[in-house]
Design a protein around this ligand. Sequence first.
Ligand code: AR6
Length: 532
Amino acid sequence: ESQDCFTNWKGIDKSMLPRSFNKTLFPLLKHSPQHTLMFRTPINTNIVPEPYPKEYHDCWDHNHVKMPCSKHNSLIDKDNNCRKRRWDIINNALTRPITSSEELEKAILLYNLKYKERWRFHLLHSFFNECLSEEETDSFFNNLLPKIIELALKLPKLITSPIPLLKQNSSHSISFTQMQIACLLANAFLCTFPHRNVSTLHSEYSSYPQINFHELFQLRVLSSSHNCLFEKLKCIICYFKKVTTDDSDLSGIVTYSRRYLPDNMLPFWLKSNKQLTNLYITSAGTIEDDGDGMFQIDFANKFIGGGVLGHGCVQEEIRFLICPELLVSQLFSQQMLATEAIVITGVQRFSNYSGYADSFEWDGVHVDITPVDNNNRRHCTVVAIDAIYYRDPKVQFTPKSLKRELNKGYAGFSWGQNTDCSNVAIATGNWGCGAFQGDCHLKSLLQFLSAAQANRDVAYFTFGDTTLKESIHDMHTFLKNQNLTVGEICKILIKYNMYFLTHPNVGLYEYIYNAVINNDAQKCHSEEKSTQ
Ligand code: AR6
């Protein structure tokens, strides 16, 4: 254990933490009932793998994504009293010249007729009118948009196999080429996905996140605090620019997995004899910059992506904006339940950023040099787990809440156990403690317990907070030196919930220190007695 008073980290040296480099990432790239591969294998690095199967296979049911190019995706043409294929209308609408955001809005409404009177793309209009220069706007409509459209219209050639929905209470993975992902995102940008425009209580996809971009496009920039919305568009444009350049390499593979832990796979927390694992803790750096080769935690919403296509602009949304391939998870991931996580393996980062929330700004192109594994996936594993939002902060200390968060953490952290990656460290931080108002002291401890249960070390980023770094480090060291087990620590947490009811001013850490020390004193006392 080393500590360096000249730097801003404590605990074990970061270089001691196991990473995924030189290992084969999980899950393996093999077709199986648990894993759908959207391309032909074996793959040949540097050549974009061919879609599998060769010809488009149509499917329109409750277990698969309803595709814009399906023959079942139709509209009633009232004038001619017949049904028309929506994909034909999309093709017609998008192959006509589009030279302004107004024309783009009109084109998109031609195949979203229901919304003709309802959608106005305020954000798009003000972005091109107020935010970009005239040259930049011209360049978008003359160069980039035609390429985005061309990419989108390749859909039936690029995505030939039906995409399974990653539904609740099941574990499944889907792998795509980066080319296929770009095509899906081009379609999302152009709002072509059917049945995905409303999210009322009983609508078909109400338990899925948004995928079409219409809601983002409709936001209004009412004050400078909304300027981050422009920055979102810059990130998206940066992505499309990169993936539509001729020399861009889209041969990489990305795997989207849903992990569900049934009851019989959940730990018995109070009985666990596991010891805390190693901790590296720093107030500098971020999960995405400094968690390279680790399992990088996404502080998620149960609807993955959270408010990325709306007003949201905190950890999860920013991650999705700088790595837009993550957005594709929103196409098929049903909202997460308590013992579920979503893991995305192999995404590339396209943008840099500065600021956070209202002050978030796109900060230019990011050149991602993360190495790939032997399946051409980047050594970047993003693990999405959603904390609970505590309107009343007291609730987080109840046994029920503790168990929920422990299980949720464990669902994510136990990904890839008994594989090459079984000891890869977790890169995390103040999960659930920003927008979701959790307590950093409690949540860090809960994550240490889940990580211990999953036999993984932790790199913890306090995001600039040096006091928090010190206090979490001290507590971790204290508990570790006391050789307390996961079960014993859980018991102390449960007792705190009772104590706290009558002593609301006693903080969690103060209570833990006292409880452990008094318990020791008691133990000594009784040992003394027994030796007398
Ligand atoms: N690296 C390390 N730590 C970070 C980073 C980063 N890149 N960014 C932020 N933090 P928050 P939540 C720290 O509020 O409370 C979204 O809308 C920083 O201290 O994003 O779990 C989701 O979609 C910040 O205060 O996570 C959910 O709806 C803290 O992490 C909801 O927010 C928490 O970040 C989740 O809220």
